[in-house]
Design a protein around this ligand. Structure first.
Ligand code: ITT
Ligand code: MG
Length: 410
């Protein structure tokens, strides 16, 4: 009997770690880890009624299979809208295609519209010698005679599968593979669900009618997540604009960050009759007299990060490194219903320099061009945790921390 690399039973799946809403500016993204395999997936709706998959770190065959499988699984939803799926393999520690599929299934759960009617999850089962092992690690995968990848729902029903290997399998071996894989897949679906309930559900959706509520004036769950920790420990639940789809769009017509944040906070507090925390942020470049500033999101016309970055580089053509100083700024405004003169206002900023060429893939907006001298990295080269320790939003939250309890109780 072969001892598994981590002493698991033959039919045991490894735990999973899911970081929901991993990318701040994507509507639905997930960092998925099982064993040492790490995959980042993001999904957005697109007008064309098909699945477009952009894979990095998958082979063409794997990308094709995943795209085809998604197209089949999502067929009913694809009659109405299309889907852009991006998959980035950060580390391949085995069962790569299964974990890439799981990352996408996870991200799909974060879209407002339910694309996947059943909870789907993927797992591999391998045949090695005369043993059948579920959820193979990379060392186990290396000695597999055959590998079966199965996508199941949460009831051990098989939704898709693919068999690969140099050795033929007979029907009883295939049966055995199918059995352990479908159980492992359903176990994985439960793991995804448990993580989702813990991480996402309580923050944004769960109703605690007895709990005091504040509203974060953003549709960006990543931002909301940054505020969540501060309020959770005080027994306050937070909601976001996603919980109030009927609210009118508030136009950011102010001339300063504070005016814009105030517009959002005051108007929404008045409508919902709840305390509202709003933020407005942007990039201020010294050589451009503080531009793009409040116009950061639409510097190049529409809300397009690539266009904004290109325009910034263009405007700084020929400006030497030492004159490319800049800072990110955030203003937070906390408003209570019907008390517009009593808003709590705090700010935060982080200094840096605008690079000549973009660096790094994390973050969003101007992050790849924003160099942080203390860390000798661009903002896009920082992990989310590193960025959240030094960012302008983090500093503003730090400044809010000692003030808001007394203000809210007044
Ligand atoms: O107001 P909401 O709806 O939350 O979304 P927004 O895109 O307007 O978000 P912000 O006011 O926070 O930021 C305005 C723009 O400034 C840039 N920006 C803000 N924070 C940033 C950050 O942490 N990293 C990189 N760019 C950032 C980015 O281009 C944003 O679109
Ligand atoms: Mg804004």
């Amino acid at each position: 009997m072969m001892v598994r690399t981590d002493n698991r039973a033959a039919n045991d799946v490894r735990p999973v770690k899911v970081q929901w809403h991993y990318l701040t500016k994507q509507p639905a993204s997930v960092l998925w880890q099982r064993g040492t395999t790490k995959v980042l997936a993001a999904v957005t709706e697109q007008a064309t009624k098909k699945v477009t998959l952009i894979g990095s770190g998958l082979t063409q065959v794997q990308s094709d299979w995943l795209q085809q499988t998604l197209t089949t699984l999502l067929a009913p939803a694809l009659e109405k809208t299309g889907l852009l799926v991006s998959v980035t393999v950060l580390e391949d520690g085995g069962s790569l295609l299964a974990e890439a599929s799981n990352a996408v299934f996870g991200a799909l759960q974060l879209l407002p519209e339910q694309f996947l009617p059943n909870r789907a999850a993927a797992v591999t089962a391998i045949l090695t010698g005369n043993e059948t092992l579920v959820d193979a690690s990379d060392t186990e995968e290396a000695v597999a005679d055959s590998t079966l990848l199965v996508v199941t729902d949460n009831q051990e029903q098989i939704l898709a599968m693919t068999l690969q290997g140099a050795t033929a399998v007979n029907s009883s071996q295939l049966n055995e593979l199918l059995l352990v894989a479908s159980q492992g897949g359903t176990r994985t679906a439960e793991q995804i669900q448990a993580s989702y309930q813990q991480a996402v559900h309580p923050i944004i959706q769960k109703e605690h009618s007895e709990m005091p509520t504040i509203v974060i004036a953003t549709k960006n769950p990543g931002k909301a997540q940054e505020f969540h920790a501060m309020f959770e420990k005080e027994g306050i639940q937070i909601k976001t604009l996603l919980d109030y789809p009927e609210l009118p769009e508030i136009n950011e017509t102010g001339q300063t960050f504070e005016e814009n944040a105030r517009l959002k906070a005051d108007q929404i507090a008045a409508i919902l009759q709840l305390p509202v925390l709003a933020d407005d942020s942007g990039l201020m470049v010294d050589a451009l007299d503080g531009r793009p500033g409040i116009y950061s999101a639409r510097f190049a016309g529409d809300h397009n990060d690539a266009g904004n970055n290109a325009k910034l580089l263009y405007e700084l053509t020929g400006v030497p490194a030492e004159k490319r100083t800049a800072h990110f700024h955030t203003t937070l405004v906390f408003a209570k219903p019907d008390r517009p003169n009593d808003d709590l206002v705090v700010e935060g900023s982080v200094n840096g320099r605008i690079l000549g060429i973009p660096r790094g893939d994390n973050g969003f907006g101007y992050d790849p061009l924003f160099y942080v001298p203390e860390l000798d990295k661009s903002m896009a080269e920082l992990s989310m945790a590193e960025k959240n320790a030094i960012s302008h939003r983090a500093k503003a939250i730090e400044n809010l921390e000692p003030l808001w309890r007394d203000w809210l109780a007044k």
